[in-house]
Design a protein around this ligand. Sequence first.
Ligand code: SAM
Length: 295
Amino acid sequence: MTPKDRPPKMDPDILPPLRDVIARHDLGARKNLGQHFLLDLNITDKIVRGADVQPGDSVIEVGPGPGGLTRSLLRAGAFVTVVERDARCLPALKEIEQAYNDRLRITIGDALSVDETDLFRGHGTQSIKIVANLPYYVSTPLLIKWLKLRDGDQPVWGGMALMFQREVADRILAKPGAKTYGRLSVLAQAASTPSLLMHLPARAFTPPPKVESSVVLFEPKALPADLLAALERVTAAAFSQRRKMLRTTLKPIFGADTERFLSTLGVTPTERAENLTVGDFIGLSKHALVDNPTR
Ligand code: SAM
């Protein structure tokens, strides 16, 4: 076992069982908030180990709900900031805050509109991790938002471990030529190094969702913010009509130069987006930047 594989020491759980917490605070799951709770601390501990959370790390968790994953993060010795949209969870989270003194900070609000730089303030950047069992209805916009949180070329976070519905995880990890390869695959793989931690069956959650879920780990990857912005435009155009040739779909970006740019990169202009590598897309985006940064 290398030091990286070695699990951080978990203190014993000092709080009442999550089912009791949910019953006492009347936290019946709300579908519209994507509430599917993880009540098995073995699973939440495994996510924390996968995220390589070490004592003293700063972690942002979105959607703590009754706090199962939060407890595992705290037991691993992390300083945790949670952002929860459902104010009903506040009393349960306050109990955890009391048990762990000054290591939990609670923000009630919408993670989509929260300013992470405020949450990150006062922390060293590279040790910050984002760990979450995400509400599925906002998981993709949240991922894109976090991939774009950069200080120069580097992400402002040092790693992420995020639970998605399996179909979204498949798209994040897909390789060129696969049916699931698309814009999300290119953006995620250009701006980070994603890998699969584990799949989880629906029965692992209370209440169970209709689909399987997967935890994906993200390692930071250098990519200038303006190049990522160009990549967003290029991939939006390229995948707007999957079955069309790139010389057609990329015309709104490169105009009359489309075929020449594609040829310069060694890409056949009649090729389709689903067969281009992430490197091809980055090459195209560099052209989009150099030749017309505003287009
Ligand atoms: N972390 C808990 C667990 O693993 O048991 C709950 C995970 S549950 C899948 C998603 C959580 O995200 C819920 O607590 C829900 O209220 C919260 N949530 C939903 N939309 C949110 C948003 N826009 N911002 C912050 N939290 C949100």
